[in-house]
Write a new protein. Structure first.
Lengths: 167, 558
């Protein structure tokens, strides 16, 4: 059981996300994270889905996803060289004083950006892989995380290779 | 300029639609107005569920796409069971539904339901048409998706303002359908086919496990040639009955929960299992770990997602069953020596025939046997679901594909009678008999109105035991005979039939069975036969849930 990152190219049409998500829930596949948006082709969208499961389960996930008429291509990026990124916004308690300075130092180390400064809080924006964001979250917890939001993971193959619509 | 409704009718005609099963309502008024003087025949059912089942029965009997039509909201919702039935058995139907006007969508308008959302899990694909200009393309795509690849139901939802909307006259009709997300594989991979042939050449105990995919693909002739050329015995699933002649020496009948002893023993002992157009359903495999435990597995199916879903496969071949069997036959150079195995199977068949107590009681198996003897495989037999279905599967000898119509995957009670109506319109040249239980028949009994109105010569054979027989059987065997809510009070089905203007006959004695069946078959119109059968007769053989399929009860032990 390890997380697989699937890149799913779909028609950019109403209801496509619900077809994909509905199929996952109906067949009992667990979605770890999901991110969807437009892509390089004007009439297509790319959904990046992280699922947990052994190879047999992931094979079924891919085949069942592929069966949907509006799905153009499904690729498992886990088996190939890829860049994977998530983004998180973290609102952390930061009263003026030593803790505020510490938080800024930590942010600096993680190359997180301060995107909002309040008298009692800072909002940090951080990008990276899952582990990096987990690590930052863990470090900031001691100061008090007021609110946190993470995107699903997005990913692309490294090098010149692409996930093309050649289904 | 023409309306969306007119455009729809013309698009249906281009697809070769000759019959629609439907029920009118508010938002489909524009479509019904066009149907009024259209060349397409419309059959008014008495409940929308029956429209979907009739379209399904039409599709199964003909191999063409069946069409049903219902209004929005409750009409569309009533189609759902029928659509799900077709989906589970991969039957091509197109369901047309009316919808509230686009401006009211999502407003909880009168008779609004999100039918594309509701049917998403039970359709191969569905469409909500928002512009009349899209009707031509959507209808063409819907029929294409329904009948190609692994077939299945497609729903097209048409808001009222789309039906009344205008389309420019002479708008060019789209040419061929091309969907970049949908390109089924028809030809099997040559390397895989050769791998399969190597296994076939060396197998000592090969067995073909054939299913509904053979019927859907129209591959009966190829399968027969393959089994005879390679001298390989065949067992079929419930959906595969009729794919090969039931009385063929190499045919073992049905396997699985209510399979024959010889079929289930053969699966357990075979060293090569050639699965053709099947999906290793739990009712077939029993405990999956002990299903074909000694076999190398070849799996031929058009749907890649079925391969490896339930059972590990050694040689997967994705492709149309017919095309793959043709390739196997073309490339076959050597067959294995199966003489000993075939002889062993012949001995099993002789040693373990199907049997029931042959006394002077009126037993349901006897009724089915008599019908089989009268129709000789030349009619279309439809069943409901439960004991009636299993007795028919076991005791009726199916000889040709598309002569057996039953709800396999979903197991929909009430399916048979309306499906028989559909089958009649697909094959008016053949007698159509629905074998029913008293429970199932009462689920769509209102269709007596339809058969009476159109004088549809469907014969209903009720194996009436005044129980929900299959559930009662499980209660008897596994719940200490506690018959919780499975007893049905007697119903005078003849009177009900007569009230609709349909002829009927009640039979209480075994001696009257043959004559009653002959009378019904000789009658021009519809007919209801109420056979008061032995009440606590069971379907055997039976594999208890969770057991291996060679662990059958109700049989002579090996």
């Amino acid at each position: 059981m390890k997380p697989h990152t699937l890149s799913v190219l779909v028609e950019n049409r109403a209801g496509v996300l619900s077809r994909v998500a509905g199929m996952f829930s109906r067949r009992g596949f667990n979605i770890e994270s999901l991110a969807v948006g437009t892509c390089e082709e004007p009439n297509m969208s790319r959904i990046t889905i992280v699922v947990n499961g052994d190879d047999g389960v992931v094979e079924q996930v891919m085949k069942q996803t592929n069966k949907l008429i509006d799905v153009i291509k499904v690729s498992d990026l886990t088996k190939r060289e890829s860049v994977e990124r998530e983004l998180a916004l973290i609102k952390v308690a930061a009263e003026t004083g030593p803790s505020r300075a510490e938080i800024l130092q930590i942010a600096d180390i993680f190359r997180a950006q301060v995107v909002d400064v309040g008298s009692k809080t800072l909002v940090l924006q951080v990008t990276g892989d899952t582990e990096k964001i987990d690590a930052l979250e863990k470090l900031l917890r001691q100061y008090g995380i007021k609110e946190l939001v993470r995107t699903g993971k997005i990913a692309l193959l490294r090098g010149a290779k692409t996930v093309k619509s050649s289904k | 300029m023409k309306t969306g409704a007119r455009t729809l009718i013309e698009a249906l005609q281009r697809e070769g639609v000759d019959t629609i099963f439907g029920y009118p309502g508010g938002v489909v008024l524009p479509i019904y107005d066009e149907l009024y003087d259209s060349s397409i025949r419309h059959i008014l059912v008495r409940h929308e569920q029956a429209a979907a089942h009739a379209a399904d029965g039409y599709a199964r009997a003909s191999g063409r796409v069946g069409v049903c039509l219902a209004t929005s909201g409750p009409g569309a919702c009533n189609l759902v069971t029928g659509i799900a039935t077709a989906y589970m058995d991969s039957i091509p139907i197109v369901a047309l539904t009316g919808q509230v006007p686009t401006a009211l969508l999502g407003n909880d308008a009168f008779q609004e339901s999100d039918i594309t959302g509701i049917t998403m899990p039970v359709t191969k694909h569905n469409y909500l048409v928002k512009d009349a200009a899209d009707i031509d393309r959507v209808v063409q795509e819907a029929f294409y998706v329904a009948r190609t690849g692994r077939p299945g139901p497609v729903l097209v939802d048409l808001p009222k303002d789309v039906s009344t909307g205008v389309v420019k006259e002479g708008t060019p009709v789209p040419g061929t359908v091309s969907l970049r997300g949908y390109q089924p594989t028809y030809q099997g991979h040559v390397r895989q086919i050769d791998k399969a042939l190597d296994l076939i050449a060396t197998a000592e105990r090969p067995l073909v496990y054939a299913g509904g995919g053979v019927v859907l693909s129209g591959a009966s002739a190829e399968l027969l040639e393959f089994m005879e050329t390679a001298a390989i015995p065949v067992t079929t699933t419930l959906m595969g009955l009729g794919a090969v002649p039931g009385d063929h020496p190499l045919c073992l009948g049905m396997l699985g929960m209510h399979g024959t002893q010889s079929a289930n023993y053969a699966v357990t002992e075979c060293d090569l299992l050639i699965a053709v157009g099947v999906r290793f359903d739990d009712r077939v495999t029993g405990k999956i770990e002990t299903f074909a435990p000694n076999a190398t597995v070849i799996h031929i199916d058009i749907d890649p997602a079925e391969i490896g879903k339930n059972k590990k496969v050694d040689v997967p071949i994705v492709g149309d069953v017919k095309a793959v069997l043709q390739a196997l036959l073309r490339r076959m150079q050597k067959r294995g020596d199966t003489a000993n195995w075939v002889a062993r199977i012949g001995a099993w068949k002789a040693q373990y025939p199907l049997c029931y107590r042959d006394d002077d009681h009126l037993r349901p198996q006897y009724v089915v046997e008599q019908l089989s003897d009268l129709l000789k495989g030349d009619g279309i037999v439809v069943s409901e679901v439960g004991q009636n279905q299993m007795w028919t599967a076991l005791y009726y000898c199916f000889k040709k594909p598309r002569t057996w119509i039953t709800s396999g995957g979903l197991g929909t009670m009430g399916y048979g009678f309306p499906a028989a109506i559909g089958a009649h319109y697909a094959r008016p040249d053949l007698p159509v008999v629905d074998i029913a239980g008293d429970g199932s028949f009462q689920m769509n009994i209102q269709e007596l109105g339809t058969v009476a109105q159109y004088d549809i010569p469907v014969k209903v054979v009720i194996l009436n035991n005044m129980y929900l027989g299959m559930v009662r059987q499980w209660q008897e065997l596994f719940y200490d005979r506690r018959y919780s809510y499975t007893e049905l009070p007697p119903v005078d089905f003849v009177k009900i039939a007569n009230a609709y203007g349909v002829e009927g006959l009640r039979v209480d004695e075994k001696a009257g069975v043959r004559e009653a069946l002959e009378t019904a078959l000789a009658t021009d119109g519809p007919f209801v036969l109420d056979f008061r059968v032995e009440r606590e007769e069971n379907v055997f053989p039976m594999v208890p849930a969770g057991a291996a399929i060679n662990e059958m009860i109700g049989v002579r032990q090996q």
